[in-house]
Design a protein around this ligand. Structure first.
Ligand code: BTN
Length: 323
């Protein structure tokens, strides 16, 4: 694993000499080189210059639990007993599912600098390069079973858009059920997983990935048009953005726990990128064409097909703009 102290030293984007790095790590010049190579294996853009040393091109805004907590409103911070930051994990959702049972009320939040097996919806991989984006999982407990969670995944989409808009991406929108788009290209994704009793007390693991800065990342494998916040507003402080996101997630979860999706439906509708557009709905092998008409009170997608209205819910439905 790459050395944390070294990552923290080089995060400022300035050159640091081999002597300085060696002294920090307590190792020889040759060992310094090996440590720097390990950073390259994380996908970081490193530059080494004779006489000047090493630097991470553009620097890094590293995650810090203290910085996130100090940017959170007091009530929100107090409602989170644990906030873990990891350097590299397979998936923050997997880590959250494993760690939440040890936390009072299952109220567990974690983030990672990198995921080696980030999961997207419908079996996709979520590209998770080191140190530039947000990979977050928040566990939330509900007491009235899975049936009461209709519309939850759409509601989380509203929270993510609120955070992006507060961060300056005023034209962020939603594509049913909860893809977050900026100018039609995906900027954030949401993956909800459930554990516990589907008929009683259950916990939802809310996984959110936000593309903050994909410069230099290998984006060829993303497999769909993408955007990042950097392209919209330039550099953002990741810890401040995480604090915004967590605040909106918790506000929306509280709103949802009180009154379900009903309260958030209108806002979802105002953010709907596809309303009134001709769309294709893929149901397994079948494809239907119709006109998107927004969502119903439980988050189902309403589509006019040949003059009659149909409602689609979850599962293998995907939606693609034809226009
Ligand atoms: C999608 O396909 O749109 C959902 C992407 C969800 C990605 C996030 S990143 C944090 C959390 N951990 C994961 O493995 N996936 C989610």
């Amino acid at each position: 694993m790459a050395d944390n102290k070294l990552i923290e030293l080089l995060a400022d984007g300035e050159f640091h000499s081999g002597e300085e790095v060696g002294a920090l790590l307590g190792v020889s010049r040759t060992a310094v080189w090996k440590q720097v190579k390990k950073l390259e294996s994380l996908g970081l853009a490193l530059e080494s210059k004779k006489g000047r040393g090493y630097r991470v091109v553009d620097g890094l805004s590293l995650l810090s639990a203290d910085a996130i907590r100090s940017a959170l409103p007091a009530g929100v911070s107090e409602s989170l007993p644990v906030l873990d930051i990891f350097q590299v994990v397979d998936s923050t959702n997997t880590v959250a599912a494993a760690n939440a049972p040890g936390v009072p009320g299952y109220r567990y939040l974690c983030l990672a600098e990198q995921q080696t097996a980030g999961r997207g919806r419908r079996g996709r991989v979520w590209q998770s390069p080191f140190g530039r984006n947000v990979y977050l999982s928040l566990v939330w407990q509900f007491s009235s079973g899975a049936a009461a969670l209709e519309g939850l995944s759409l509601s989380i989409g509203v929270a993510v858009v609120r955070a992006l808009r507060d961060a300056g991406a005023g034209e962020a929108q939603l594509k049913w059920p909860n893809d977050v788009l900026y100018h039609g290209k995906k900027i954030a994704g949401i993956l909800l997983e459930m554990q516990g009793d589907p008929a009683g007390i259950c916990q939802v693991i809310i996984g959110v990935g936000v593309n903050l800065d994909l410069r230099g990342a290998s984006t060829a494998e993303i497999g769909q048009p993408w955007n990042d916040l950097y392209s919209v507003v330039g550099k953002v402080d990741r810890n401040r953005f995480v604090a915004l996101l967590v605040t909106h997630l918790i506000n929306v979860l509280e709103e949802f726990s009180r009154s379900g999706f009903a309260q958030l439906r209108e806002e979802w509708g105002a953010l709907d990128a596809y309303r009134g557009q001709e769309v294709a709905i893929h149901l397994g092998e079948q494809m239907l064409i119709g006109c998107a008409q927004g969502v119903d009170e439980s988050g189902g997608l309403k589509v006019d097909i040949d003059g009659s209205q149909r409602v689609f819910r979850g599962g293998e439905i995907s939606l693609r703009s034809m226009g």
